[in-house]
Design a binder for this molecule. Structure first.
Ligand code: NAG
Ligand code: NAG
Ligand code: NAG
Length: 636
């Protein structure tokens, strides 16, 4: 602005020289142009040489319309200033005259597009007449530009230009420009290559809308290119630009090579997997493929072929083929499928029988395309690694089911198993019962159980010492064990036998059954107890319940207690008796010292007592005997 001011000042001075030289006039300085946004306020300044008396100066503002007709806007003389009526500016202008500095400032508010005219400031004084001109430029920023790409695919070998898309910018002033870009490089029109002609529309508002459609010859490389538009427009004092978003073009071109791959699963394939084979042409879009494997041909719907539940029969080379649209030659790609397998485990020998103390070797083999790993389990616990199982020094505990698990470490989930049933030959071994002494109430029926193992399966026979026929309750037989339960009636103290035998030997176990006779209410049956419970007083009820609640074993214990108490009391009595006798003897000895002659007579009496006591109780006899023997010793 400053530069422009100085420039116009110089021009003014030059004009002064050119014109002023001829005849006297007034020097007027104005800017060439004033730029303002639509709707804002424009200020156009008019500077003239200050006069000593402003009152002598006549100021006139005029404008030239598009038809080059000049109209007066404002007039001022020494008396007053008048705004001309009936002009487009009448109610939007004001003039501010400052005599001291010699300025007449024209202010236009709410600038319209139509205000873009040339404004003239004319000064008349006694020195003469002078005038200056300023062009008012009005601007409007266009709306943000839009871009639209044509979605349909474009073949590269098209000899005509293809439409890429259209950009539009609306309501700008003055007319904005649209420039197309491909990957940051502007596209210039070029015959048979690029064509983009803008279509300009002048809206009723006098604003400009511009639309530009790009057509060009598409190449393969354009498939990755980013296209966009740049809109440039003037603003007061300069120029601005905005860009649209980027669009891509669906460039289509034929495939010249096919690649094929196993898309899933990743890594090694196993039988049973669902395999996806992918055919990929280097063109766009993907052509129609035919999948070939051996003699079978399949036309694919897409570029992916799905093989469900593959087996080793699916193994081999697969080809994807398509027709080259240019040369009509077949092009193809291939890949190899290999489904790894693990066959069922084969265990050898089957259901082996081994004698006790002997050794058994078994193997578990499963055919696989990969290295396998074998582990043997028995009852869920690992017992051996490797495909050979060696069982040394077989015992009954060695017998059972062995499971071999064969896995392929390289592929998770590829596994198989086999089982081996081992029988250990040997004479029966009775493992149950553990307690063989039974006490039961007389006349009750009880169950006796006996479990024997051995191979061949033992046979169990039962017998009772009272000759009764034992009734079979249950009998469970497995290949190497037998579990037998019989019911037996307790008639008296008796023995029962469980005899197990096979052709390797026999084993037997004896049960000693003690029949208990009940003499108290304890012997009464439950029904009796119930009756007494209902009829008795609360106190007796408690007693009955307590008695009936005591199990037979506890009764036995109590009985034992009574016996023990009796024995202790007897021993205590004997001890007291002994002490008394000893005391008497001691007393007698003291007495004997006073009179020796009486002693022999008493001795014979004592001997008699010994004999009598002996027949009653040995313990007492011994005690007394000592006493008797000692007597002579005490005399010495
Ligand atoms: C628009 O293009 C024309 C012609 O190339 C040029 O004269 C004018 O300055 C341009 N306008 C803008 C705003 O870039
Ligand atoms: C004996 O066993 C059978 C069958 O298990 C059972 O029904 C019965 O109650 C048992 N008898 C006794 C006295 O435990
Ligand atoms: C069972 O074994 C016992 C003792 O070995 C024997 O006394 C009895 O006779 C045997 N009974 C039978 C039925 O074999």
């Amino acid at each position: 602005m400053a530069v422009r001011d100085i420039a116009s000042l110089l021009v003014g001075v030059l004009l002064l020289f050119l014109t002023g030289g001829v005849r006297a006039g007034v020097e007027v300085n104005m800017e060439d142009r004033v730029e303002v946004m639509r709707g804002q306020t424009a200020e156009i300044n008019c500077i003239f040489m200050p006069s000593d008396d402003v009152g002598d100066v006549m100021i006139q503002w005029l404008y030239t319309d598009s038809a080059s007709v000049t109209h007066t806007l404002y007039y001022q003389d020494s008396a007053m200033g008048i705004v001309e009526k009936d002009t487009p500016f009448s109610d939007r202008i004001s003039v501010n005259v400052t005599g001291a500095t010699g300025t007449a400032l024209l202010t236009i508010t709410d600038v319209k597009l139509g205000d873009e005219q040339e404004f003239i400031c004319q000064i008349r004084s006694k020195d003469g007449t002078g005038q200056g001109r300023t062009l008012l430029k009005v601007f409007e920023t266009p709306e943000l530009p839009t871009i639209e790409g044509y979605q349909t695919g474009i073949w590269v070998n098209n000899h005509e230009l293809s439409k890429i898309g259209a950009c539009e910018t609306k309501n700008g002033y003055p007319k904005p420009n649209i420039t197309w870009y491909r990957d940051k490089m502007p596209l210039h029109n070029f015959p048979d290559e690029v064509d983009s002609k803008p279509v300009v529309v002048v809206e009723s508002s006098r604003l400009f809308s511009v639309k530009s459609e790009l057509s060009m010859r598409v190449m393969r490389a354009d498939k990755d290119a980013l296209f966009y538009c740049e809109v440039s427009y003037y603003v007061p004092g300069g120029m601005r630009m905005t860009e649209t978003r980027r669009i891509q073009v669906n460039v289509q071109y034929p495939s010249t090579a096919i690649t094929m791959s196993v898309e899933s699963p990743q890594g090694l394939i196993k039988e049973g997997d669902t395999v996806e084979l992918q055919c990929l042409g280097n063109g766009n879009p993907q052509p129609a493929f035919t999948l070939k494997h051996g003699v079978t041909e399949t036309i694919l719907d897409s570029n992916v072929a799905v093989l469900n539940n593959v087996t080793r029969l699916n193994n081999g080379v697969y080809h994807c083929t398509t027709l080259d649209m240019d040369t009509y030659e077949e092009i193809s790609g291939n890949t190899t499928l290999f489904a790894n397998y693990l066959d069922d485990a084969v265990v050898d020998p089957q259901d082996p029988v081994v004698s006790q103390g002997e050794e058994l070797t078994a193997t578990c083999n499963a055919l696989s395309s990969l290295k396998t790993h074998t582990v043997w389990f028995k009852d869920g616990e690992e017992v051996s690694k490797g495909h050979t199982l060696r069982l040394k020094d077989a015992m009954f505990d060695t017998a059972g089911t062995y499971v071999c698990m064969v896995t392929v470490p390289q592929i998770e989930g590829l596994e198989t198993s086999g089982s081996l049933r081992v029988f250990v030959q040997g004479p029966p071994e009775i493992t149950e019962p553990l307690t063989r002494d039974i006490e039961e109430s007389k006349d009750t029926t009880i169950n006796l159980s006996c479990h024997a193992r051995g191979f061949p399966t033992p046979h169990i026979t039962w017998s009772a010492s009272d000759g009764q026929d034992l009734k079979m309750v249950t009998e469970e037989i497995t290949e190497d064990s037998i579990h037998s339960t019989v019911s037996i009636k307790v008639t008296s103290d008796m023995n029962a036998f469980c005899n197990a035998s096979n052709n390797e030997g026999v084993a037997s176990v004896a049960y000693s059954i003690k029949a208990i006779r009940h003499t108290t209410t304890l012997a009464t049956t439950t029904s009796t107890t119930t009756t007494s419970t209902t009829t008795s007083s609360p106190l007796s009820t408690t007693t009955v319940i307590a008695e009936s609640a005591i199990p037979p074993k506890r009764i036995k214990k109590e009985k034992n207690g009574v016996i023990i108490a009796v024995v202790i009391i007897c021993i205590l009595l004997l001890a007291i008796l002994g002490a008394v006798l000893y005391f008497l003897y001691k007393k007698g000895k003291i007495c004997g010292r006073s009179g020796k002659q009486d002693l022999t007579k008493e001795k014979s009496t004592n001997d008699n007592i010994v004999v009598e006591m002996k027949s009653d109780n040995t313990e007492e006899a011994v005690l007394l005997g000592i006493n008797g023997d000692r007597k002579p010793a005490g005399e010495q």
